[in-house]
Design a protein around this ligand. Structure first.
Ligand code: URA
Length: 434
């Protein structure tokens, strides 16, 4: 068997066999298959697709490329959450301490930014000294003692996905249903939690632009999880505008801390409560969605989720004071306001364009080795449905260089659409697949 034939088979639209999929996952993990051949295969998959059987095989091959954690020693139903990727999506930062503060152990494996979307690991690194590179023993210890740990992919957990994820990020091969499903589910199966909730994003800032594609992705992932014996559900949520107001690593962390202080934007909180309700029910901590939501609300009102977040930040190498004084987190030097010129209502925000503006500022990677700037980003002052007058600021660009600031400024202005009529309200939660 060789990689040339495998690429050629997929190019011609053939199904890959179990043996071919195992061969490529193992060979790529061991460094025996070079990036250029894997890039060609990924692009062929983008054009030709994979069926459900191939997607399942790729998921299992990537899961088995490293260790599979056994969390059975942890008391209670362990919980995990994953998003298919969005712009301004800081839900994990708000939801995980809420869940942990209710006594439900959270054992989560997160990723870095992907394409135009952000990643939880990059965001958490805004805390000076914070590490997601945890030895497994430390991961267990933290889940057992403080009920919460988030780790990045190590060389031991789903390493095939870790390498493929970084390659897809820079080869325009992210937005393919089977590649997303297998990437997410290989990590979720390897990290061993009992209950999983998936946030499947749809809209102009998501990889799945239509609801139809998002539901198809949700069904595929839920099926893979069920076959593996997991309690799993997927909530399909709106990504037709950035979630909340902040886009960019440390700006999003600051907004998440505001949310934990009870001042979160409504859209962010609605998605967080919807996902949280699924986990609280799966963990058996409530007997109805209303009761689950009440518990989640109390975790914010009592500040127990905020204190849990501070405890978690300290347990992973940083300091609690950054949670209680978020003004100490990285901040950019330049602020440039994007000014509106016409009177009307914001009818749409091209969300991928806002994500690309953040990339242009250095907030994401353009090559595998790019260093990212955690302090840059965009703060949206106007969202869909808001009335705007000429001269009012639509958004502020936070940058550390004038050239990047100007490019991001152009993208932000182009992303906004203003019209005379107020647009219809859209639902944040489009549906749930169980
Ligand atoms: N998140 C992942 O972990 N993988 C993807 O492919 C997309 C989002």
């Amino acid at each position: 068997m060789n990689m040339y034939d495998i690429i050629n088979h997929k190019k011609q639209g053939m199904r890959l066999t179990r043996e071919e999929i195992r061969f490529l996952a193992e060979g790529y993990t061991k460094g025996e298959i070079p990036d250029y051949q894997m890039s060609a295969l990924l692009m062929a998959i983008c054009f030709q697709g994979m069926d459900e059987g191939e997607t399942l095989e790729l998921t299992l091959a990537m899961r088995d490329s490293g260790d599979v954690l056994d969390l059975s020693g942890i008391e209670g139903v362990t919980a995990d959450k994953h998003s298919t990727g969005g712009v301004g999506d800081k839900v994990s930062l708000v939801l995980t301490p809420m869940i942990a503060s209710l006594g439900i152990p959270v054992a989560k494996m997160s990723g870095r930014g992907l394409g135009h979307t952000g990643g939880t690991i990059d965001k958490l690194e805004s805390f000076p000294g914070f590490s997601t590179d945890l030895p497994i023993s430390q991961f267990y210890h933290n889940v057992n003692t403080i009920k919460m740990a988030i780790m990045g992919q190590t060389k031991d957990l789903a390493p095939a996905d870790k390498k493929l994820y970084a390659l897809r990020d820079v080869t325009a091969t992210v937005d393919q249903l089977s590649l997303i499903a297998s990437s997410i589910m290989s990590k979720k199966l390897a990290s061993g939690a009992d209950a999983i909730v998936l946030d499947v994003k749809t809209g102009s800032g998501a990889f799945m632009k239509t609801e139809e594609e998002a539901f198809a992705l949700a069904r595929e992932m839920v099926q893979i999880g069920k076959n593996a014996g997991k309690k799993i559900s997927a909530v399909i949520t709106d990504m037709d505008q950035p979630l909340g107001r902040a886009v960019g690593n440390s700006l999003e962390v600051k907004e998440a801390i505001l949310a934990l202080n009870g001042q979160g934007p409504l859209d962010l909180m609605e998605v967080t409560y919807a996902l949280g309700t699924e986990l609280v029910l799966a963990a058996g901590k409530a007997s109805s969605p209303e009761e689950a939501k009440d518990l989640l609300r109390q975790s914010i009102q009592s500040k127990s989720a905020l204190h849990k977040f501070a405890e978690f930040v300290e347990a992973q190498g940083s300091e609690k004071r950054f949670v209680y004084q978020p003004e100490l987190l990285p901040a950019a030097n330049i602020q440039l306001q994007a000014i509106n010129t016409e009177e009307g209502y914001v009818s749409a925000i091209q969300t991928e364009e806002i994500g690309r503006a953040n990339l242009a500022l250095g907030g994401g990677r353009t090559t595998k080795d790019s260093q990212i700037d955690l302090s840059v980003g965009i703060l949206l002052h106007k969202k869909r449905g808001d009335l705007v007058r000429p001269g009012e600021a639509l958004a502020t660009v936070y940058a550390n260089g004038m050239d990047a600031a100007k490019e991001a400024y152009g993208r932000v202005v182009r992303a906004y659409h203003v019209q005379e009529m107020r647009p219809e309200e859209t639902l944040m939660v489009k549906g749930i697949v169980r």
